[in-house]
Ligand binder design. Structure first.
Ligand code: GLU
Length: 461
């Protein structure tokens, strides 16, 4: 049987880190097994779903690079199909109309609570052999309820959590259609997973409670029950569930903070899954190694430092031309004119070994296009009158240099230090401070070579 998995976000906010991790594991399971990965937008909550959120999900998936083979399917476009499936259950006796009004429901609940019982539908409209049902009230549209078995258990072997068993007595007769005929959440999910031929439902473990109800609906529809894998939640560094308000959790935030999508995915892959001691890997390796049985059943902790470290590793491994394209956006935002100065790709090649984010890369590139103003601290430390006098001598001697590349500049600086009777740092740091405006640069000979002789001499003057 072909493996088919899906990611089924509700478009009620931005695409967040937890959602991406779910999508990633679901995608990896399909890719690993030569299967198909489906994207489904669960937009039936009309009050909370927005087109902006749909766009954020699609853009976010595109940015991280999780591709899908089918979809996006929209539940709101499948209403006729759900209505048809509701009819099927009504015809087979798995569903029945319930005419209880809101007032009656409230009164029943209040009574149960007063007795210290869990509030639960008392099945008063559930047809049973020999039971006489009340006369349906005139002009009332009923809800449709699912006829949950009264005894026995519903069980599944969760691919992450192991065997889970729930007594049917714990489950209510779930409402599957509202008075206006619109199907409810758990019902739509089952019809979709059935129609889309989903073989493994991989989702957050906040859905564990829905699974027994959904299994009953699968069985009632005569559909094959898929396997389930419930992924544990991600916690922040205080051990709290990651929240949209407290933590930076939207994928676009990582884009604007200068993270590479492959670093974020690498990091998310390690949240609750591992392959020996491997920390830094590509998505191709992840797919090759991925197995749901290696997913941990306990929550994992989001560690910003580790994500930053991984980002640095992926930046080192990335192609300089691509990184230059990514850094350009941040330099453009600062209004820098990149046509005056070295090719950005060369600057990036020099800097990429030493930065953790693309934002840092762009910041590090700034002084190649415009000298920075050194801080008072740098001036005090590296640009004393002695330093300036020495730089002036340096400039006039450097002007005579015929070859201007890293090797010849390096040799020249060494010679110069010797003739001045000073250490390398006593020339290197003032040179950086004067030419770049910062002392935080790669090796000074390489920086001067890239800036070009004319520009260096101009800045020294
Ligand atoms: N739409 C649900 C959510 O966003 C997921 C449902 C499912 O995966 O079954 O949490």
């Amino acid at each position: 049987m072909t493996v088919r998995t899906r990611f089924a976000p509700s478009p009620t906010g931005l695409l967040h880190i937890g959602g991406v991790r779910t999508a990633l594991f679901s995608w990896a399971h399909a890719r690993k097994n030569g299967g198909k990965f489906v994207l489904r937008i669960e937009d039936t909550d009309l009050e909370r779903s927005t087109p902006e959120s749909v766009k954020a999900i699609l853009d976010g998936m595109h940015w991280v690079g999780i591709d899908y083979d089918e979809g996006p399917f929209y539940q709101m476009q499948r209403m006729d199909r759900y209505r048809e499936a509701v009819k099927q259950l009504l015809a087979s006796g798995h569903a029945y109309p319930c005419y209880m009004s809101k007032e009656e429901l409230d009164a029943m609940r209040a009574e149960q609570e007063a007795l210290g019982l869990k509030a639960k539908y008392d099945r008063r409209w559930r047809p049973e052999e020999g039971k006489v049902l009340p006369e349906p009230p005139a002009g009332v549209q009923p809800v449709l309820r699912f006829r949950t078995p009264l005894d026995g258990v519903v069980a599944w072997d969760d691919l992450v959590k192991g065997r889970i068993e729930i007594g049917n007595i714990e489950l209510d007769d779930l409402i599957i259609a509202r008075p206006d005929g619109t199907p409810t959440y758990n019902f739509c999910v089952v019809v979709d997973d059935w129609d889309m031929g989903i073989t493994q439902v991989i989702r957050g473990d906040d859905h564990v409670n829905n699974t027994p109800r959904q299994i009953h609906i699968f069985n009632a529809l005569g559909a094959a029950v898929p396997q389930f894998a419930h992924l544990p939640m991600i916690h922040n560094d205080q051990g709290q569930k990651l929240s949209k308000r407290r933590d930076a959790v939207s994928v676009v935030d990582y884009d604007s903070a200068g993270y590479l999508p492959e670093a974020l995915l690498n990091y998310l892959a390690r949240l609750g899954w591992g392959h020996g001691d491997d920390e830094c890997f590509t998505m191709a390796q992840f797919v090759e190694w991925f197995d749901l049985k290696d997913v941990s059943a306990s929550p994992s902790r989001f560690d910003k430092e580790k994500l930053l470290w991984l980002n640095a590793q992926h930046i080192k491994a990335a192609d300089a031309a691509r990184l230059a394209g990514l850094a350009k956006r941040f330099l453009d935002e600062k209004g820098l004119d990149l046509s005056h100065g070295p090719a950005l790709v060369d600057v990036v090649a020099l800097l990429k070994e030493r930065v953790q984010t693309i934002v840092e890369l762009a910041t590090g590139a700034e002084y190649f296009y415009q000298p920075l103003t050194p801080s008072a601290e740098i001036v005090a430390k590296h640009l004393s009158s002695d330093d300036l006098a020495r730089l002036s001598t340096f400039a006039s001697e450097a002007a005579a240099l015929e070859v201007w590349d890293t090797a010849s500049i390096s040799a020249f600086i060494k010679e110069f230090c010797k003739s001045q009777g000073v250490k390398m740092g006593q020339v290197g740091m003032p040179l950086r401070a004067k030419v770049c405006g910062t002392t935080h640069t790669p090796s000074v000979d390489a920086v001067l070579a890239l800036l070009g002789k004319a520009e260096v001499l101009k800045r020294l003057a």
